[in-house]
Design a protein around this ligand. Structure first.
Ligand code: AMP
Ligand code: MG
Length: 328
């Protein structure tokens, strides 16, 4: 059984083909790059997706050695995400499903990050830290849904890094540049550390870091920013591990590429006697494989599909409202 997955929530237009034995047969992507110092402009990104879609789809099918006739299911990212970007993926998915008469499965993007991470790492029942441009959430599976055990009260950790980086004039996304600069310094300056209950807040930290950069060297601010924000996340994760008693912990989303964050989480896991898993970097950010794999799991378990005329998108579709039939 082959599933074609289409991802278009934000900067990435991706198409991937997976089969039911967990093989990613093809993963093609094209990423919208915002002008230097600027964030994603939804209309510009959606224009990028429209222009990239035909080539990305062709590439995915060619490298999978498949044609649309061989595809059994089509999954698409139906939210959460940027409306104009989501609509491009949905239009492509609806067109293909309608024309080729294939079942169409809407997928929650956050669920896609988790299910692909679990498939690739072998984690079975982890506490999850989902850290990306669009999410900062601590989740564990309980009674049919991924439940939230902590999240950001304002901006995500990806937005914290990208907005700080853009204020420094870096090209977006800025996380890897900040990581590189932080590695050149070991000088810590105290910044606002805000954990409320098991939730985190980053907006005060962002303002303080930008102010600090007016009088300190940028590498030391990058170091202090990483140390503060990642320690907040590690504290919330450690408390959630202790509370839920989960024996596995998995990090997914674009920010999981950061080695310092992974090291802090690995020591929290060691203290809580949990096994630490990180999604492989290649699949940490947005991609079509996360959508294809989740659509395949969903369709195999439920046979749920949507009619082409009802295949919509939802900009703010919370993961903890999604029923998950394939997890015990
Ligand atoms: P996603 O939304 O899942 O595609 O993730 C994109 C986010 O990951 C952006 O905010 C990037 O700045 C961030 N990111 C990518 N690489 C790194 C890194 N090495 N360290 C921290 N953040 C990163
Ligand atoms: Mg994402």
């Amino acid at each position: 059984m082959l599933c074609l997955g289409i991802e278009s929530t934000a900067h990435t237009f991706g198409c991937a083909v997976v089969d039911k034995t967990s093989r990613v047969l093809a993963d093609a992507r094209d990423v919208y790059r915002a002008p230097e110092g600027k964030g994603i402009h939804p209309r510009e990104a959606s224009r990028h997706h429209i222009e990239a879609s035909a080539d990305v789809l062709k590439q995915a099918l060619e490298s999978a050695g498949a044609s649309m006739k061989d595809v059994d299911i089509i999954g698409y990212s139906a939210g959460p995400g940027l409306g104009p970007c989501l609509r491009v993926g949905a239009v492509v998915a609806r067109t293909l499903a309608g024309y080729h008469k294939k079942p169409l499965v809407p997928v929650n993007h956050a669920l896609g990050h988790i299910e692909l991470g679990a498939m690739l790492t072998g984690a079975r029942d982890p506490l999850v830290l989902l850290v990306s441009g669009g999410h900062t959430m601590i989740l564990a599976f309980s009674y049919g849904r991924w439940r939230v055990f902590g999240e950001t009260l304002d901006i995500t950790v990806g937005q914290l890094l990208d907005q700080f980086g853009r204020a420094m004039g870096f090209a977006s996304p800025c996380g890897s540049r900040i990581e590189e600069l932080a590695g050149q310094s070991g000088e810590y300056t105290q910044l606002p550390y805000v954990v409320k209950g098991n939730d985190v807040s980053f907006s005060g930290l962002l303002t303080a870091a930008i102010r600090l950069a007016e009088k300190s060297d940028v590498p030391s601010v990058c170091y202090s920013l990483q140390e503060t924000s990642f320690a907040m996340l590690a504290e919330a994760v450690e408390r959630a591990l202790s509370f839920t008693g989960k024996k596995e912990m998995m990090i997914v989303g674009g920010v999981s590429a950061n080695r310092r964050l992974a090291a802090m989480l690995a020591s929290a896991c060691e203290r809580q006697e949990s096994r630490f898993y990180a999604c492989p970097i290649k699949f940490a950010g947005d991609n079509g494989a996360q959508i294809a794999w989740t659509a395949l799991l969903d369709y195999s378990a439920t046979k749920n599909k949507v009619a082409v005329k009802d295949a919509s998108v939802t900009q703010s579709w919370r993961l903890d409202t999604v029923d998950v039939a394939w997890r015990g």
